[in-house]
Design a protein around this ligand. Structure first.
Ligand code: NAD
Length: 492
């Protein structure tokens, strides 16, 4: 008997065409809420990489020669298209990585549209502006900004459409042509997004190619006709890319992981802090799988018991697991099986290392969502807080990347600062205090690319977003996707 194939096949977007891999090979895409295959994506080859780079290179002269105002027109039209396709894209992102629909639809989509509008403005006000200097009576010097050429954006599974947009919008605004390589663990939404975008842009200006990191990602970063690489992903992948490009170094942006401290002092507004370090800091709609997740909650010992009670209340009130496509559900599952196993193993390791589970600690759809049969095989993990003493355990030093945080007591500001900086990472940090002097001391002394005081996790395209230490370097911005050329002219 013939079975009906209900899986949707998503395709590459190369040179304005929506096409399968040249080999015809596909990979399955799993919905993490159910643990079931819901779509297929192309498993592309090195030949497909060559075709994609060729398309981007061929489209470059015309795209880069456009006046910035015309490129900006294209980008604004893309921003407008988000309103038209937003519901579909939000649902795809939710099915791809489990980020709950109420956040992908009402949080993510408006942000994506704004990113395109902001990039359109930056194309004119940043990407096409240089400086002029008078160098004596007969000589002037000036700079012009120009694109790098073909930019490859390699993106992770946890926030595919956001990382796609931050790279593509800035690189296109700067006059580059772009190739996006989505994660093989969440490529359906980026492939469909690319299909929508290419219908607005000239062929080859924006391409999306799906495949494994080891084959397609590696072939892209090695390719001699690729001029710049921007990775959002793990330190392990950054090292692999650095090795692959060692003989032919390329300009790079690296947006990597974190182990961010969220520090509550005794003079803070404790109710606000309890929300900020739990619901807003780590137990988010995508189950704490965010690079700036406040995964180390540092609490002054004098308020420890009070804060634990408040954090329990926040979690009980605001966090329930459930159908990710239901508008009421605040927190989703972990995005894939590999990550699920990793996070579960850290919960066990934390206890073996002497940590005390304050909240949560259980996992598995059948355990956590009894009676909801469709979710029984999904990658569900309870919001989990593990209390530890000191900062030297594996669970305090390694990025877990899930709905799990350690709670570390401290006594003094100096001790809090030492613990906060005692990590290889430097991406985000939160400070909860009513003492302005303390806030400023901490802002200056913390080794982190982003610091929030009495809030957490807000980002704005008006400001740079980047990391320090092992969290990477550079930012996805029009300034960094253009380079300066210096010119001297002598008159007479
Ligand atoms: P990952 O490094 O495993 O994969 C990221 C991408 O790199 C994928 O598309 C993958 O296919 C590709 N890749 C893998 N090996 C490659 C190779 N040898 N050459 C070229 N490309 C290769 O990361 P992940 O597990 O998908 O994402 C989670 C990580 O991303 C976490 O560490 C998280 O903190 C980080 N992240 C950082 C930010 C930020 O802005 N700093 C944002 C989101 C996620």
């Amino acid at each position: 008997m013939k079975t009906m194939n209900t899986l949707k096949d998503y395709q590459n977007v190369i040179n304005g065409k929506v096409i399968p891999s040249s080999s015809g090979n596909k990979m399955d895409s799993y919905n993490p809420a159910t643990g079931k295959v819901w779509a297929t994506i192309p498993c592309s080859t090195v030949e497909d990489v060559d075709a994609t780079v060729h398309a981007a290179r061929t489209a470059l002269p015309d795209w880069s020669a456009l006046p910035a105002s015309e490129r900006a027109d294209y980008l604004r039209r893309i921003g407008d298209a988000i309103a038209q396709y937003g519901d579909e894209l939000a649902e795809l992102e939710t099915k791809d990585n489990g980020w709950v629909i109420r956040e992908t639809k009402y949080g993510l989509m408006p942000v994506l549209a704004n990113m395109w509008y902001d990039a359109a403005a930056a194309a004119i006000h940043v990407g096409s502006k240089g400086e002029t200097v008078q160098l004596g009576p007969n000589t002037i010097g000036f700079t012009i900004r120009e694109p790098f050429g073909v930019v490859v954006g390699i993106i992770p599974w946890n926030s595919a459409l956001w990382t796609f947009t931050v790279k593509a919008a800035a690189a296109l605004a700067g006059g580059n042509t772009v190739i996006i390589k989505p994660s093989e663990l969440a490529a359906a939404a980026p492939l469909r997004y690319g299909e929508i975008l290419q219908s607005i842009l000239p062929p080859g200006v924006l391409n999306v190619i799906s495949g494994t990191g080891a084959e397609v990602g590696d072939a892209l970063v090695r390719h001699p006709n690729v001029n710049k690489v921007s990775l959002t992903g793990s330190g392990r992948t950054a090292q692999a890319i650095a090795q692959s490009t060692a003989q032919n170094p390329k300009s790079m942006v690296l947006e990597l992981g974190g182990k961010s401290p969220n520090i509550v002092f005794e003079d803070a507004d404790l109710a606000k802090a309890a929300n900020g370090v739990t619901v807003n800091g780590i137990f988010t709609g995508n189950a704490g799988q965010l690079c700036v997740g406040g995964s180390r909650i540092l609490i002054q010992r004098s308020i420890l018991n009070q804060m634990i009670a408040l954090m329990k209340e926040e979690i009980a009130t605001h966090i329930q697991l459930g159908d990710t496509l239901n508008m009421q559900t605040p927190m989703g599952p972990v995005a894939n099986e590999m990550q699920y196993k990793k996070v579960c193993s850290y919960i066990e390791l934390g206890q073996q290392e002497g940590g005390e589970i304050l909240i949560g600690g259980r996992f598995g759809g059948a355990n956590l969502l009894p009676g909801q049969d469709t979710l029984a095989e999904g990658y569900w993990i309870e919001p989990t807080l593990i209390k530890v003493e000191g900062n030297n355990l594996h669970v305090c030093q390694e990025e877990i990347f899930g709905p799990v945080a350690v709670v570390i007591p401290f006594d003094t500001e100096e001790e809090a600062l030492a613990i906060a900086n005692d990590t290889e990472y430097g991406l985000g940090a939160g400070i909860w205090t009513s003492d302005l002097n303390r806030a400023h001391r901490m802002i200056r002394a913390i080794e982190s690319g982003n610091v929030w005081v009495n809030t957490y996790r807000i980002v704005g395209t008006e400001l740079p977003f980047g990391g320090q230490k092992a969290s990477g370097f550079g930012t996805d911005s029009v300034r960094e996707f253009t380079r300066e050329k210096t010119c001297y002219i002598q008159i007479g």
